[in-house]
Design a protein around this ligand. Structure first.
Ligand SMILES: [Zn+2]
Length: 239
């Protein structure tokens, strides 16, 4: 793996956290992101939405040029399945890439930076729940509206897994069969051609439970389920 990727800064490295969370918006690449980007029960502002779409569309174009195997995942996949776009309160984009193409993906950094984006990569870490092995594309050094890219390793039994997760992943399905990833297909999300996993239906249920299409009913105002409601699939691929 290439070693020239700087680590993600602390949240207050660029500006004070207080300023950051109070900014009313609308945000631009020259301002901090909207304060409401930290409120998960608030509808995402249109400025923040447009930044998310911009980052994904630039990444998609570069990934397609390089033949990188990628899919939209997590909240971005949920939004695609529900309304073919950003889920109403989602504040970032989540993409998954096969780890065979980690270096090719990290190699996009310079071209991403030509768009003014701020790109970081956190190295894999020994502890499982601390985050790591994650690339982050932020709108700018000032505005941290972001797209996260997760890398998926494949085990001998055909199961994909991440080296590191973060604590919210305890409430989402994690490992899954490689056959749910490939072959991917192109479809429109927010009007942008993106890669959809082969079994988007199974993957979204794996991530967000069989109730993925009625999360508001199950848990009003929240996207993430606070309790584990495992589908059969969820359990089957637990480590
Ligand atoms: Zn905004």
């Amino acid at each position: 793996m290439k070693g020239n990727y700087y680590k993600a800064p602390k949240p207050n490295a660029v500006h004070s956290d207080v300023t950051h969370r109070a900014f009313p918006g609308p945000c631009t690449a020259e301002t901090v992101r909207c304060g409401s980007a930290y409120e998960f029960n608030t509808k995402t502002n249109s400025c923040c939405r447009s930044h998310i779409i911009k980052i994904v569309s630039v990444f998609a174009e570069l990934a397609e040029q390089e033949g990188i195997p990628w899919i939209i995942d997590y909240g971005t996949l949920l939004g695609y399945m529900v309304n073919r776009g950003i889920y109403w309160n989602d504040k970032d984009a989540d993409l998954s890439v096969l780890a065979t193409h980690r270096d090719a993906t990290l190699g996009l950094r310079e071209r991403l930076e030509q768009h003014g984006f701020y790109v970081t990569y956190a190295m894999p870490r020994d502890e499982q729940w601390v985050g790591g092995d994650r690339m982050k594309i932020r709108l700018s050094r000032i505005n941290h509206t972001n797209c996260d890219i997760f890398f998926w390793e494949q085990r001998g039994d055909g199961i994909l897994f991440r080296n590191n997760y973060i604590s919210v992943d305890k409430y989402k399905g994690r490992e899954f069969p490689a056959a749910w990833f490939s072959p991917t297909k192109l479809d429109l999300w927010e009007g942008v051609p993106v890669r959809i996993p082969a079994r988007a239906d199974l993957l979204v249920a794996h991530r967000y439970s069989r109730d993925w299409n009625r999360l508001e009913e199950v848990n009003p105002g929240k996207r993430r389920l606070d309790i584990k409601i495992p589908d059969g699939a969820w359990k089957r691929f637990e480590r």
